[in-house]
Design a protein. Structure first.
Length: 230
């Protein structure tokens, strides 16, 4: 389970040396996107030539019947690397399906240490880290999104639980407006953007305080949003 950077930055700043040591001994990988995975492996300066790499693509277009075949090398005693598009594999990405097959066949699964936007944003938010839920994307329809936000706010208040969610980067600013318009003024909102990058921006304020301050421009920037209601 090989973590990657959360954006364009020097890998050594966020990835332990053990990650490079491990992938330097691999020549077969399961990835979300072949192009970006190859670019990451090149950046990590692994000794295996690009032409010698065997890449299996696992994303929303991959047929379920293909999954099992990706582990054939493991069945022969070899090691395969599972690489996420960003952050840690198996967390909010399709890697869990492959990992589950490995467990059912008693193939050892080894997670390597790396950045997770979910945990890093929670760490920096000042919100409850004892109980939290990551919901992925909110509904696209505006009315459905409004209802969902109010539901999450009530759950947070009732269970004293931090609620985390994301949006497609080009819709971040519209989501921010939706948050300002529909959450209670004393509800806390954390905006965690470009985590671990040079342009990192992480701020927590009440909705009331956010409205009174200058709104950040989040357009096309990877963000994660956290709310905690009183």
């Amino acid at each position: 389970m090989i973590p990657t950077t959360l954006g364009e930055c020097e890998p050594s700043k966020v990835l332990p040396s053990a990650v490079k040591e491990t992938i330097s001994n691999l020549d077969e990988f399961i990835v979300e996107n072949s192009k970006t995975a190859r670019a990451f492996l090149k950046l990590m300066e692994i000794p295996t030539p690009q032409k010698a790499l065997k890449i299996h693509v696992l994303n929303k277009h991959t047929e379920p019947q293909e999954f099992s075949g990706f582990l054939n090398a493991c069945r022969k005693g070899k090691n395969i690397g599972l690489i996420s598009e960003a952050g840690c594999p198996g967390v909010a990405d399709p890697g869990a399906e492959i990992t589950n097959i490995a467990h059912t066949e008693d193939i050892q699964v080894i997670p390597l240490v790396g950045p997770s936007s979910i945990l890093l944003s929670l760490m920096a938010s000042g919100m409850c880290g004892q109980s939290f839920t990551f919901h992925g994307y909110l509904p696209i329809d505006k009315q459905d999104a409004k209802r969902r936000l109010k539901e999450l706010e009530q759950v947070s208040k009732r269970n004293q639980q931090t609620q985390l969610f994301i949006e497609t980067p080009y819709r971040n600013n519209k989501l921010l407006d939706l948050l300002f318009q529909n959450l209670q003024k004393h509800t806390k909102l954390c905006i965690a953007c470009d985590i671990s990058l040079g342009s990192e921006y992480i701020k927590t304020k009440t909705i009331e305080a956010w409205i009174k301050s200058k709104k950040p421009d989040l357009h096309k920037r990877p963000c994660i949003f956290l709310i905690e209601a009183e």
